[in-house]
Design a binder for this molecule. Structure first.
Ligand code: NDP
Length: 491
């Protein structure tokens, strides 16, 4: 069995969660740390400090954390005994991260830092990233064993991302900066690399000569929930496309890295981001669609329009849906359209990639004209990989029909234990100091360089979001985007 030592983890570690009482900390980070503790995967001497401004004592913080953890963790994985021992690791410290003086209180709570790995997890608004880094330095908490984890979104534009990156870089060298995109911690997303680089089957056809187009969809049925004030300033382009969708695009299209390590993998990803064809001017109208949900039905329940969500402006023109036709100007991918699509309050929750191969060159067999293979990579809700093949339908003649070769990854690995949540994997990687699954500075900036002109173009051309009813597949214009090229979204 893997032990913390066999995984290369240090023997002692302090994890400081700035924003420790927020949604992300309570719903994702604490449950992930609880799982790691319960399965003995944390370094034995690990302490967790939750930091936020509100005055509350440790007992009331732990009660809050336990309530949330119970709600997030499967009933079979939650035990009162495991929680009690986990809670002994956790301490709440009331502090204001924008105030230098309060970091003295943090250092005092830590007591001993000598020889200990220090993980500063910034689960706060990005406006606090630079002040926190500076204040950590002043308080002597940014030494060589200290790492900083930055949650997305890293800024709201290229300019703000550069400013944040510079400020962080003055305190932490790049190898100690972990820009998290939790999509990269998902097993299925990592499986994309296994599929491509551990199988010879696909490589010869993984290029423009054989692939007609690629679709990447990340859709949610949820609305903005409690995150209206953040989302209304961000929108789907900044919240999803700039990070998750572009990361998926990179993994589908990057060249094989020379090694599987942080620098080699990220070198290949950044080349893709730099090769993205710019979309600006008229192209913004022709190659992108913005949408915003109106009232509709999800799972039989009536849900309100985006305008009526909590903390959203009632004349907001923030997009809750984006479709983009992207192109990669390199030898392998020139001429292949990549259709990216994401939205809230859509018909179904799913993350999937469809590789549509070109049709056979002539209709040698039966009704084979236009027959083409298709590879579906489903990341959510089920992890499946399926290949659509053309087969002869039983009976007389040569009638062809598409059939699926279907691999359900959860079933294929059913003997294994509980599948890790993305945050568990990523937290362990930070403790270990492995940044392969985190975004490097140039990657984040290259992604913003591509996204910024699109957002600017929307404003210059007054491209308001097109309405779509909650529970649908997005605005009609998104269908038209593909139909004009003789294609359709594969639902
Ligand atoms: P919340 O608003 O729920 O939480 C913010 C947290 O920060 C609270 O604990 C708040 O507590 C604390 N806080 C605010 N100001 C300060 C300050 N000056 N000093 C110390 N603590 C402070 O936000 P989320 O948890 O939803 O999100 C946090 C960040 O993570 C955001 O940037 C978000 O975009 C990102 N993110 C969130 C995800 C999610 O699922 N929620 C997913 C991916 C990214 P208090 O008011 O007591 O200070």
């Amino acid at each position: 069995m893997d032990t913390p030592a066999s995984l290369g983890l240090p023997s002692s570690c302090d994890i400081l969660v700035f924003g420790g009482s927020g949604d992300l900390a309570l719903h994702k980070l604490l449950p992930a740390l609880y799982h790691l503790h319960r399965e003995n995967r944390l370094p034995a001497d690990t302490r967790i400090f939750a930091l936020a401004r509100s005055q509350r004592d440790n007992a009331s913080y732990l009660a809050l954390a336990e309530r949330n953890c119970r709600a997030q963790v499967a009933r079979s994985d939650f035990s009162a005994e495991a929680w009690r021992s986990f809670a002994q690791r956790v301490e709440y410290v009331a502090m204001d991260a924008s105030q230098s003086a309060d970091f003295g209180r943090v250092a005092k709570a830590l007591k001993r830092t000598e020889g200990r790995v220090l993980v500063h997890y910034l689960a706060t608004a990005p406006s606090l990233f630079a002040p926190i880094a500076q204040n950590l330095k002043i308080a002597g908490l940014a030494g060589p064993l200290a790492r900083i984890v930055l949650e997305k979104p890293l800024g709201h534009s290229l300019e703000s991302a550069v400013t944040i990156n510079q400020a962080i870089g003055e305190v932490f060298d790049e190898s100690r900066v972990f820009r998290i995109d939790h999509y990269l911690g998902k097993e299925t997303v990592q499986n994309l690399m296994a599929l491509r680089f551990a199988n010879t089957l696909f490589e010869p056809v993984w290029r423009n000569g054989h692939i007609d187009h690629v679709q990447i969809t990340v859709s949610e049925t949820l609305g903005v929930e409690n995150r209206g004030s953040y989302y209304d300033h961000a929108g789907a382009m900044r919240d999803m496309v700039q990070n998750h969708l572009l990361q998926l695009l990179c993994l589908v299209t990057m060249e094989a890295p020379v090694r599987f390590d942080a620098e080699a993998v990220r070198n290949e990803k950044v080349k893709i981001l730099q090769a993205l064809g710019p979309i600006s001017g008229q192209d913004v109208q022709d190659k992108t669609v913005r949408g915003q949900y109106t009232a509709g039905h999800i799972g039989g329940q009536e849900v309100p329009a985006y305008w009526f969500e909590k903390n959203v402006d009632n004349d907001s023109d923030t997009e809750t849906f984006v479709a983009v036709q992207a192109e990669i100007d390199n030898w392998r991918w020139a001429g292949v359209p990549f259709y990216l699509r994401t939205g809230k309050r859509m018909a179904k929750k799913c993350s999937e990639i469809v590789i549509q191969f070109k049709p056979v060159p002539n209709s040698l067999i039966g009704n084979g004209a236009g027959a083409a293979n298709r590879l579906w990579i489903r990341l959510q809700p089920e992890e499946r990989i399926s290949v659509q093949l053309m087969a002869k339908a039983p009976g007389k003649g040569m009638q062809l029909e598409p059939v699926e070769l279907d691999l359900n990854l959860a079933q294929a690995f059913s003997t294994q234990k509980r599948r890790w949540d993305a945050y568990e994997r990523l937290l362990l990687d930070v403790i270990e100091g492995d940044s392969t699954l985190f975004m490097r500075r140039d990657e984040v900036e290259a992604a913003w360089s591509w996204v910024d002109p699109i957002i600017k173009g929307w404003h210059e051309h007054y491209l308001s979001p097109r309405p779509y009813p909650a529970g649908s597949n997005g605005p009609e214009q998104a269908q038209t985007l593909l139909e004009l090229q003789g294609r359709r979204w594969l639902e």
